[in-house]
Structures are given as C-alpha cells and as structure tokens.
Design a protein. Structure first.
Length: 544
C-alpha cells in the first residue's frame, strides 16, 4: 500500500476519533467510547468504509498498546504494590481470579472449550481504569472510601495484565499435541527475557543515566523512553512473546529508577496518539450491522457482564475484609469491561484461542458496558448507602484525607530551602519536586518526600499530590517555567494556597493574574534588605 494513502487513512481515523471523542467527553462519557465508535463507523464490516487499511493501522496501533503497558510499568513497581496494603491487594487479586473463573465457567457451560472459555474470562476480568478514575475525579470521590477501594482494585487489575497475557500465550502455545513442551518453551523464553531486561535496564541503563545526568537533557530522556519501550516490544515479538508484555516488563524495571516519573511524562503525548489509533482500530472489529441484528444477545450479554462483574468485585472486596457498604460501592463502579479487553482479546485472536464471532460478541458487550460506566459510578455512593442501611450499620467515616497536611514545593535551590526552613508541619507531609538529583538528595536528608521531574507537566504534579495539597510554593527562578507551573497547579487544584517567587518586580502582576495568592518579588525583598543595611550604617556613623 502507498505510504501516503496510509497516512491519509490514519488522518481520517484520527479526525473521527477527535470528533467523536470530544462528543463523548461532552456527554460525560469516556473519550475511549468515542474512539471505538469512530472505528466502528469509519472502517471494518458494516461501516462507511472510509478507512480500508485496517491491517496496517492495527500494526501501528499495537505499538500504542506497548506504550500503554510501558507507561503502566511505572505505577506498578513492587514497592508501590506492597504499599497498597494487604486488604487492597488481596481484594484486587480475588476480584481478578474470581471474575475470570466465573466468566470462564459460564462460557464453558455455554459450550465453549476450556482454552476459549479461559480466553473470554481474561478479557472480561478487568475494568476500565481510564473511565472510572476520570469519573471519580470529576465527582471528587477519589478520596472517598469506595473510591479508594476502587482505585486500589484498578491498580491491581492493571498489574494483572502481564500474568493474564502470559496465561493466554501459554494457552496458545499448548493448542497442539505437545502442550507441555510448548508451555515450557514459553516460560523459559520469558525467564530469559526478564533476566536480559534486568541486566540491560536495572544494571547498565540505570547507571548510564546517572553518569550522563540525563535529567538535564530532556531530549535524551524522550529518546530513551521510546527506545526502551519500542525496543522491548520488538524483542518480545522476535522471541515469540506478546509485544505488550515485553514493553510492560521493560518499564517495570525502569519504574524503580529515579528517572521513571519524568520518562512517563515525556512519552505521554506519543502514547496518547498511538493509543487513539489502537482504540480506533479496535472499533473496526465491531460490526454495527451485526450488533443491530443481534441486539438482544448483545444487550443480554452486557447486562450479564455488568451485573456479574459488580457482584463479583463487591464479593471479592468483602472477602478481603473490607466493609460491606464500601465493597458494594466500589464493586458497582467496577462493573464495566475495560479497555484491556481489546488488548487481551487481540492476544487471544493472535493465538487462535477465540472464534471471531465470539470475540465480536464479547467486544460489542464491552463497548456497551463502557457506555454504562458514568451511570455505574453515579449510583455507586447510593448503593453503598443502601447496603449500609440494609445491614443496620453506620458507614465508616474517613477522616484521613481532611486531616492530612500537604505541601508541595517546586524547586529546592537556595530559595526553596529558605521557604521550607520554618515549616511548622512534619517534613514527611511535604513533597519536593525538582529536576536536580543533588538537590533532591538534600531534600530527602531533611526528611521531605521527593519527586524527580518537570513540574510543568501535569503527570509529575499529579504524582506529587498537588490535587490534594493545601499549599504549593513555586521557587523556580525562570519566569516562563514558574508561570507554567502556576497555571498547571491552579487548573488541577483551584483551592490550594499558592506562593510564588518572582525574580523581577515587573512579573509580579503576571503571577497574580495566573492565580498566585502571594508573590514574593526578589527586587523588592533585596531593596528592603539593602535599605535596612544602609539604615544601620547611618545609625552608627564612625563605627567603620
């Protein structure tokens, strides 16, 4: 196919995704729903057939999946997973396992073979992190009890993508008569791949990053992120593993490095582009005509999936020791089939585990369940309250979010250290954000939590906790950089008290207009210090 014709089709698909994604967001839906709808309308069977290069676009979009999992690897380093707490981890693991087994059991009872039934179970076992977290954040429910239970479960679910992808790979390799040797080969290749990535990334690359001080050269971090993510995906494909699995494992190792947060922020734009292509290509699989002809089947399957997932998730959280009301609210919010159904379904199809019509039925139900997500999140608090009333117990009140003191300091140079010198809260309640590793080591020595990254990027600020912060102090000397941080902080947390340093007096009004409550001008401060020094000299003539 001509490269320029392929580019035209990509532009058409991206344009459709932009239009329908914006429409979905305006209707309080996840933009992912709009991307999927764009693919359904523009390409694939029963569509307008404006996009015909489905295979080529799907190959490009697979890179988007790899970068998605590469980005997720940052969030799921082992220390952070352990930090979620035993009940959250247990509840998340139980939810994935129980949902997989229940769905596989129902599929097997409907006449599917064991490998195909397990493939269906893996597809429906995960919920939509992108849709649920966005809606909880918009409703200011992320810090609620059911919101935090849902968040913890989603984190565990996303971390489960790797073992689920490996399970599908093992099932696919064992389709022939020599299932045991084939499965052993996959496990051996996976082990060798993991060891190779560890030596390359945790031993060689991490030390090279420190030696070259790459945090000061942003172009190099972008190139490193792209090289690592795409290179590991290619390497995994070459040895017969899932490219998405390879990318996730690569980021899992890099996730323990001090550069992980900045790497994730630097590839965010590229990831969004490729992921949009992926969901547009995934939408091409769905057939609007087939859905309309089988609407009763798809509707019944959707209701079965949503109801079954909600009850299974609530039951798993309850078994893990969570409160009944909290479990019911979180389970209701997690009732949809998530975006990883398309990822895992693609792996299953590539391994010839799933018949195309059954894949189409599950994907169609998954798309409809995503449409229901805003309503599930909306009724989750009411469901929690209803269970609390039925059980005759008071719903526990969570005071941790309101009692915890948060301060985010952007920059820890001389001005930043002076700003925090007389801080009247525990140092552990403050987070310092900087791109200089030496300054961050000094901040850690003083007891502060630290994040290495560019605070002008929302992902870095989000990771530092700006959305929960009561106050933010920006001490960056560069006016443009400081102004960008001020605007980003104000957009993410309108209620935070914002204190900003201004090197020149002419910029004070600009910072105030951007949303700063207090602006400390260096020229004015230096002038006062000079005036005081001169006054002391005048009051004591002749002493010099």
């Amino acid at each position: 196919m001509d490269a320029w014709y392929l580019l035209l089709e990509i532009v058409i698909l991206l344009g459709g995704c932009l239009l329908l994604g914006s429409l979905a967001a305006a209707l309080r839906q996840s933009p992912l729903v709009g991307y999927l709808a764009a693919g359904m309308i523009l390409g694939g069977p029963g569509s307008l057939q404006l996009v015909k290069a489905q295979d080529h676009i799907a190959a490009i979009a697979e890179l988007g999946v790899a970068l998605l999992l590469f980005s997720l690897g940052l969030e799921f380093n082992w220390p952070r997973l352990r930090g979620l707490g035993g009940r959250v981890l247990l509840g998340g693991v139980l939810q994935v396992v129980l949902t997989l087994l229940v769905a596989a059991g129902i599929a097997a009872a409907a006449g599917l073979g064991l490998p195909e039934a397990l493939a269906v179970g893996t597809m429906v076992s995960l919920s939509s992190t992108a849709a649920v977290l966005r809606l909880l954040s918009e409703r200011s429910e992320l810090d609620s009890l059911h919101g935090r239970a849902a968040l913890g479960t989603l984190l565990v679910q996303d971390a489960s993508v790797v073992p689920l992808a490996l399970l599908l790979t093992l099932l696919g390799s064992g389709q022939g008569g020599d299932a045991l040797p084939a499965a052993g080969r996959v496990l051996l290749l996976t082990l060798l791949f993991v060891v190779g990535l560890f030596l390359l990334l945790d031993v060689l690359a991490a030390r090279l990053l420190v030696m070259l001080r790459m945090e000061r050269n942003r172009e190099m971090t972008v190139l490193l992120a792209a090289l690592t993510g795409l290179g590991s995906a290619w390497a995994a494909h070459e040895v017969g593993l899932s490219p998405a699995l390879g990318a996730f494992l690569a980021r899992l190792f890099l996730g323990t490095s001090p550069f992980a947060l900045q790497l994730r922020a630097d590839i965010a734009s590229l990831k969004v582009l490729l992921l949009t292509l992926f969901f547009g290509a995934a939408g091409m699989v769905a057939d609007p005509i087939w859905i309309s002809e089988n609407i009763l089947l798809v509707a019944a399957l959707t209701l079965l999936l949503v109801g079954g997932k909600a009850m299974t998730a609530a039951g798993a959280l309850r078994l893990a020791g969570n409160d009944a009301a909290v479990s019911a609210g979180a389970g209701t919010a997690l009732g949809q089939v998530g975006e990883f159904a398309f990822v895992l379904g693609g792996i299953a199809m590539g391994m010839d585990l799933l018949a195309s019509e059954r894949y189409l039925a599950v994907i169609s139900a998954a798309i409809l369940s995503l449409f229901l997500t805003p309503y599930l999140v909306c009724i989750a608090p009411g469901m929690s309250a209803w269970v609390a009333r039925r059980s005759g117990s008071r719903r526990p009140v969570d005071r941790s979010a309101s009692e915890e003191v948060w301060l985010v300091a952007v920059g820890y140079g001389p001005a930043g250290r002076e700003a925090l010198k007389d801080l009247r809260v525990e140092p552990s309640c403050a987070v310092v954000v900087d791109l200089n590793r030496d300054l961050l080591r000094a901040a850690e020595t003083a007891g502060y939590r630290t994040e290495l990254g560019d605070a002008a990027q929302p992902e870095v600020l989000e990771h530092a906790g700006v959305e929960r912060a009561g106050a933010v102090v920006v001490t960056l000397p560069d006016r443009a950089a400081a102004l960008g941080v001020v605007r980003q902080v104000r957009a993410m947390n309108p209620a935070a008290q914002l204190v900003v340093r201004a090197r020149y007096q002419i910029h004070v009004d600009e910072f105030r207009a951007a949303g700063a409550h207090v602006v400390v001008g260096e020229e004015e401060t230096v002038g006062r210090e000079l005036a005081a020094a001169v006054a002391r000299l005048v009051d004591a003539p002749g002493e010099g």
